[in-house]
Design a protein around this ligand. Structure first.
Ligand SMILES: [Zn+2]
Length: 132
């Protein structure tokens, strides 16, 4: 993942703002009447925690290095293992809905082609490696 220090600072600011809102949702005096029972407290803390988790995962997935792999990256065909070639007809990463333990999210990946299999595929990420 390549994130500039300015972008990282912006993400941190946004996240700490959301974390502050979660803190206020638990501790602000005007919220206390809604946080009497254990169930109310549990519901609130789980809701705020899920919001923070979802935000973190969405922002991390948005910067997925396999959305636009570097030219030096080797992306093997999942069928034959031969090195795939980036699809030049469609250079925009294709969005896919993925179900995660933190809820549904979007993952974008660049399209590749295998000349041997005549197949179109998307990099899996962890199986791909860098050229020596
Ligand atoms: Zn292949």
């Amino acid at each position: 993942m390549s994130v500039s220090s300015a972008e990282l600072a912006g993400l941190r600011r946004e996240f700490t703002g959301l974390a502050g809102e979660a803190f206020d949702a638990m501790f602000a005096p005007d919220q206390q009447e809604q946080l009497i029972t254990m169930t109310q407290r549990e519901d609130r803390v789980l809701q705020k925690g899920a919001e923070l988790q979802s935000w973190l995962l969405a922002r991390h997935l948005a910067r997925d290095p396999w959305a636009q792999p570097k030219p030096s990256e080797v992306v093997p065909c999942p069928k034959c293992g031969r090195e795939g070639v980036p699809d030049k007809s469609d250079t925009t990463p294709v969005p896919r809905r993925v179900t995660t333990r933190a809820g549904p999210h979007e993952l974008r990946r660049r399209k590749y082609r295998c000349g041997k299999c005549r197949a179109v595929f998307f990099p899996r990420g962890r199986e791909a490696g860098s050229r020596p």
